[in-house]
Design a protein around this ligand. Structure first.
Ligand SMILES: [Mg+2]
Length: 254
């Protein structure tokens, strides 16, 4: 019996290919932050800051801190704490110093990335249906991003947090692991007060969504072409098809 439905976001509820989106996001963020890293000779001589090209340095530190988050499964450290411990010392700034800049970036510049995405017509009807039928609903997007960036993508998908009372939206502030760790899925179940067996994950990425969800004991609906074979020697997903197919499937299979 399924009580909770965990939706991946990118390429599940929203057309948003990460291979396009992530480079555009990194370019926008590093350009916006570039003026923070003038070639300040005193800092360079003092060894406080890296003297290489600022945007490159910024992205390199960002990716390294993201990698640290990806490794983290320590239940006592949020992804954000892990990120901060690597990122800010490497830049030579504190979070407090840069926080207003990040907030401004997400308020003013991040919205411009919307043009890289397209809403999926089925997203909103699916969400209406699952809420109307009493399921707990979580947004299980890889919690590398701050909540502000996830709420915007939900809005772009036509299923904003202001209109749908999601029980949980996983973000780097509230999670202690990332995909594809089983710890991430088990933490969601715990936070929802569910057993894995009563959770259904809906996602497009076999390695990030489907395999770890099923290995955790959850059911999984794979957003993929109906005839796309699952990887050899792996158990097939509980269901498979487009988001529109899922809209029909969920009505007779939960
Ligand atoms: Mg996805």
């Amino acid at each position: 019996m399924i009580h909770a439905i965990l939706f991946d976001l990118d390429d599940t509820l929203l057309d948003n290919g990460m291979e396009q989106f992530v480079p555009a996001y990194l370019a926008a963020l590093s350009q916006y932050m570039a003026d923070l890293f003038p070639a300040d000779i005193a800092d360079i001589l003092g060894g406080k800051r890296d003297a290489t090209f600022p945007a490159e340095t910024f992205v390199r530190h960002l990716l390294r801190a993201t990698e640290e988050m990806t490794i983290n499964t320590d239940p006592h450290r949020t992804n954000m704490e892990v990120f901060d411990a690597t990122f800010f010392p490497a830049l030579g700034y504190t979070r407090a110093e840069l926080e207003p800049r990040f907030e401004h970036f997400y308020a003013v510049h991040f919205p411009q990335l919307r043009r890289l995405t397209h809403p999926r017509p089925s997203a909103r009807p699916v969400m209406d249906w699952v809420f109307a039928h009493g399921f707990q609903v979580a947004i299980a997007t890889n919690p590398h991003f701050p909540r502000a960036a996830i709420e915007q993508r939900l809005e772009w998908a036509g299923v904003p947090a202001s209109e749908f009372p999601y029980r949980l939206i996983t973000s780097y502030e509230n999670m202690h692991a990332t995909k594809p760790h089983r710890a991430y899925y088990l933490e969601i179940a715990r936070q929802l007060g569910q057993q894995p067996e009563t959770c259904l994950v809906v996602g497009d990425d076999w390695a990030m969504d489907i395999r770890p969800a099923m290995a955790s004991g959850m059911s999984a609906y794979w957003i993929a072409a109906p005839d796309q074979p699952s990887p050899a020697e792996e158990a097939p997903p509980t269901g498979q098809g487009s988001l529109a197919d899922f809209a029909h499937w969920v009505k007779s299979n939960t």
